[in-house]
Design a protein around this ligand. Structure first.
Ligand code: FES
Length: 124
């Protein structure tokens, strides 16, 4: 692990994340850890920093539940911002068209990894 932390951060085995479910993990940074989450949606995996683009707070109420009832959108429980699961792009509510910060994934031998060096940290 370099001073900037792991290049590929092990998240979980792909078999452990079911369709329409999510899993939270932490990305270590030099000065703090940032929470992120991965979802399985339409048989594919997508990961984002757990930071809404309306207010920079977590989308879930610490309950690891990110989908709306129909599993069609990622929803922020604070004020209802809606994000498209496969792109993270805001589709409704007070997120004003901004997208979630993407965490690129690498899948190797049945394990999901976060490609930490390629995370979109925005202005953070
Ligand atoms: S903080 Fe997410 S909608 Fe307001």
């Amino acid at each position: 692990m370099s001073s900037k932390g792991p290049a590929l951060l092990k998240i979980l085995p792909t078999k452990d994340l079911k369709e329409g479910k999510s899993f939270k993990f932490e990305i270590p940074r030099p000065d703090r850890k940032t929470e992120a989450f991965v979802v399985k949606w339409n048989s594919k995996f997508y990961a984002y920093l757990n930071l809404c683009r309306h207010w920079t707070v977590g989308l879930d109420f610490d309950d690891n539940d990110f989908f709306d009832e129909d599993k069609a959108w990622l929803v922020c429980k604070n004020h209802g911002a809606l994000y498209e699961p496969s792109t993270g792009i805001c589709q409704g509510g007070p997120c004003g068209g901004a997208g979630l910060y993407r965490v690129p994934l690498v899948e190797k031998e049945g394990i999901l990894y976060a490609d930490v060096a390629k995370v979109d940290w925005g202005e953070m």
